[in-house]
Design a binder for this molecule. Structure first.
Ligand code: CP
Ligand code: NVA
Length: 299
């Protein structure tokens, strides 16, 4: 039987995603030892830096009675040109699931195509589905189901924004996106999402009445040399208290972290009362435990 993968937010059904969110909330509350993945091993390939993703997956596997192996291209044959296909074939005969953080999304896809075990996308240039699962858990925990609500994305049409486009379709919320010209999400994703999303150039218009406001860095990993250019393009896209005041009075603020205070978000917003970033970060652990349980202990 072919394994299930989590390469994008569209790889699960809406019902499966809702059930994972509720399971994550349940796992977070539960105390005591629960080891459904005893003796199971997660391989973790990181082509880019990480704090949250690495620690949450590794901790989750240990808490579940298993273990995780950190692999980087610098000290594996992947970095010396061993084909991704071959690496997938070999590793998936040894470990029970594989999580990858890659420069190119295509690498995760190729890995999944040749893997005998579940493959999880821990961030690619196009998507970050584990983060958005944790964000959704955070919203459900604080406000209940997100169905019919409005989320405002302010900033770059990047991997996080593109995963929110998927989440809007899967969970039935409206996504208002405000990004500067030249930084839109991929046109095919916009087209697929249809009326679930509204694209504008005006952050104020996007946040108007929104139940949640979310942003991310202006220059993602690998775009460091564009920092100055992007700082100019995004100058009017900072989430500050004036912008938050236009959202619904009980709107939540989220950010996947790491954040740059004074750039994409002002310090008073990210450290203020509407910000739920620390719960959001913690929920990476719980949401991914629900995901690991789902993928690695199929019914
Ligand atoms: N948000 C997130 O994925 O953080 P890391 O880059 O630290 O893993
Ligand atoms: N968009 C950011 C997210 C980091 C978690 C990046 O890709 O660097």
């Amino acid at each position: 039987m072919n394994p299930r993968h989590y390469v994008t937010f569209m790889d699960l059904s809406s019902a499966e995603i809702r059930s994972l969110i509720h399971r994550a909330i349940e796992l977070k509350r539960s105390k005591g030892i629960y080891e459904p993945l005893k003796n199971k091993v997660l391989g973790m390939i990181f082509e880019k830096s990480s704090t949250r993703t690495r620690v949450s997956f590794e901790t989750g596997m240990i808490q579940f009675g298993g273990g995780a192996i950190f692999l980087s291209p610098r000290d594996t044959q992947l970095g010396r040109g061993e084909p991704v296909e071959d690496s997938a074939r070999v590793l998936s005969r040894m470990v029970d699931a594989i999580m990858l953080r890659t420069i190119s999304h295509r690498t995760v896809e190729i890995f999944a195509e040749h893997s005998r075990v579940p493959v999880i996308n821990g961030l690619s240039d196009r998507f970050h589905p584990c983060q958005v699962l944790a964000d959704m858990q955070t919203y459900f925990e604080k406000r209940g189901d997100i169905l019919g609500k409005t989320v405002a994305w302010v900033g770059d049409g990047n991997n996080m924004c593109q995963t929110y486009i998927h989440a809007a379709q899967q969970l039935g919320f409206t996504l208002n996106i405000a990004c500067p010209a030249g930084y839109d999400p991929e046109p095919e994703l916009i087209e697929q999402a249809g009326s679930c999303i509204r694209l504008s150039r005006d952050p104020m218009e996007a946040v108007e009445g929104a139940n949640m406001v979310v942003t991310d860095v202006w220059a993602s990993m690998g775009q460091e040399e564009e920092q100055a250019l992007r700082a100019k393009a995004f100058a009017n896209y900072q989430v500050d208290s004036k912008l938050m005041a236009a959202a619904a009075p009980d709107a939540l603020f989220m950010h996947c972290l790491p954040a740059h205070r004074g750039e994409e978000v002002s310090a008073d917003v990210i450290d203020g009362p509407q910000s739920v970033i620390w719960d959001e970060a913690e929920n990476r652990l719980h949401a991914q435990k629900a995901l690991l349980e789902f993928l690695m202990t199929p019914a």
